[in-house]
Design a protein around this ligand. Structure first.
Ligand code: GDP
Length: 453
């Protein structure tokens, strides 16, 4: 990665638009732009000013543009930067980028603008990764989690933990210098106490990953029920689109179909399954097996039954199975339009709701219930949520390394080994914020960005 050259890339999505923005960053950004700009002398203008003019390729006018200038490191990358707003034609965009490359700029690598911002100290690694998450966020919850992280959410917690550990590490390393004398600068009891405190925070962060994962990938909700209970119809009503095949033939929903829907700012993933029923049909048997697996992986189970045909004893037996699974669940009585009344035992049950999927009645109330039962309002409390698998792994590694430290103290291992174990934990914590990083790691992270980000 050469930090000295000037990079260029399209910052807006490829394709036709009213306006496209081409971005340059690096010491020559303004000089390169000025060399093909017909208008004011860009080299003598102030930072954060916009200038109208033509981009010229020799004598030929390529486009009328607006040029925004960012001087004195007062830009996203903390380098001199320029943004050229041109007309959003692929032809014009290519011409201008080619022209700037001919003048001496280099096409940016994926994520290179963000990587430069990180390397120039604008933010740490966790925050840089949050930029990617923010760009990818598609609902309120993933947006809130990314924004929290970009503002330093997890970084703040990690830095505080790390500082405390560094203090102890230095005390123990100091003891190594005095190894001839039998001194103890770092109280082992205090160290264990500190590790206990850190462990508490680690557990909280590690646990939050499950929520973080769900925020990013969607809350998995499984719909189970006998064939013809109305699973496909309900799914369609929820999706408000015809995505599942509705059929009158029992057992046509053989495989699982997944679909996503946004409820209360959270992404839910609905998984329609072949259901719980015992079967002799081989294809169905595989479906039932898969349904059980899906239920284990889900955050919420919806048991859907036909109010007009299902006996109360069957429903209650099914509920018992769900209680044993120890997962949030909802009993959904469908085809309310076909019955005169609903069993009192169900009406008293806080897990019960009745709907008519075909007529789309009760669906809005069901959505509210799904949101409430999945306990997804947690993300609104502002707690730090770990959404990144890499961070999760580093946190788990830190935790293991710290457990090694405690075991070491208990077994009275020598100071140099103890110091080494503490250094391991510091290493893993540093990996999250990028205080410890390797080129491979950085390349891996930034290559996942688009070009121009
Ligand atoms: P699945 O096998 O569980 O996916 O069931 P489907 O969604 O294919 O529905 C089976 C049949 O029940 C279809 O003919 C639907 O039109 C019908 N159905 C579904 N929901 C309702 C409802 O609320 N009321 C009535 N009367 N019929 C429904």
């Amino acid at each position: 990665m050469h930090m000295n050259d000037t990079i260029v890339a399209l910052a807006t999505p490829p394709g036709v638009g009213a306006i496209a923005v081409i971005r340059l960053s690096g010491a020559e950004s303004i000089a390169l732009t000025a060399s093909c700009f017909d208008g004011k002398d860009l080299l003598t203008q102030k930072s954060h000013t916009i200038h109208f003019g033509n981009i010229l390729d020799g004598e030929e006018i390529v486009d009328e543009v607006l040029v925004s200038l960012f001087l004195n490191q007062r830009s996203f990358t903390k380098e001199e930067s320029v943004e050229i707003s041109c007309h959003g034609s692929q032809y014009i965009i290519n011409r201008i980028i080619q022209l700037l490359i001919r003048k001496g700029a280099r096409l940016a690598n994926p994520g290179e603008f963000t990587q430069r911002a990180y390397l120039n100290g604008r933010f740490d690694l966790a925050q840089a990764e949050a930029v990617a998450d923010l760009i990818a966020s598609e609902n309120e919850s993933s947006h809130a989690a990314a924004l929290n992280q970009m503002r330093g959410g997890i970084s703040k917690e990690i830095k505080a933990l790390r500082e405390k550990l560094v203090h102890f590490a230095s005390m123990i390393e100091l003891e190594l210098d005095f190894s001839e004398e039998d001194v103890e600068f770092a109280s082992r009891d205090e160290l264990k106490e500190l590790i206990k405190g850190i462990d508490k925070v680690l557990v909280k962060l590690i646990d939050s990953f499950q929520l973080g994962n769900v925020i990013k990938n969607g809350v998995p909700v499984v719909i189970v029920g006998k064939p013809n209970a109305g699973k496909s119809t309900l799914l369609n009503a929820l999706l408000e689109e015809e995505k599942a095949i509705v059929s009158d033939i029992a057992g046509t929903t053989r495989d699982t179909i997944e679909d996503e829907i946004n409820i209360g700012g959270v992404k839910f993933r609905f998984i329609d399954t072949a259901g719980l029923r015992e079967t002799t049909d081989q294809i169905e048997a595989i479906g039932v097996e898969r349904a059980n697996q899906k239920m284990k992986e889900s955050s919420l189970i919806m048991y859907l039954f036909d109010l007009s045909t299902e006996g109360l004893d069957v429903i209650l037996a099914q509920e018992q199975q769900l209680i044993e699974m120890d997962k949030p669940y909802i009993l959904v009585g469908n085809k309310r339009d076909k019955v005169e009344s609903e069993p009192a035992a169900l009406l008293e049950n806080e897990h019960y709701i009745s709907i008519a999927a075909k007529q789309e009645t009760g669906v809005a109330a069901l959505k509210d219930m799904i949101f409430a039962k999945s306990q997804m309002d947690n993300f609104k409390t502002g707690n730090v949520v770990v959404t990144n698998a890499r961070h999760h792994q580093s946190l788990v590694n830190t935790q293991n390394a710290l457990h090694d430290v405690v075991r070491g103290i208990d077994n009275q291992i020598t100071n140099d080994f103890l110091a080494q174990d503490i250094r391991h934990s510091l290493y893993y914590l540093g990996e999250i914020t990028g205080e410890i990083s390797t080129d491979d790691l950085l390349d891996n992270i930034f290559s996942k960005f688009c070009i121009g980000k």
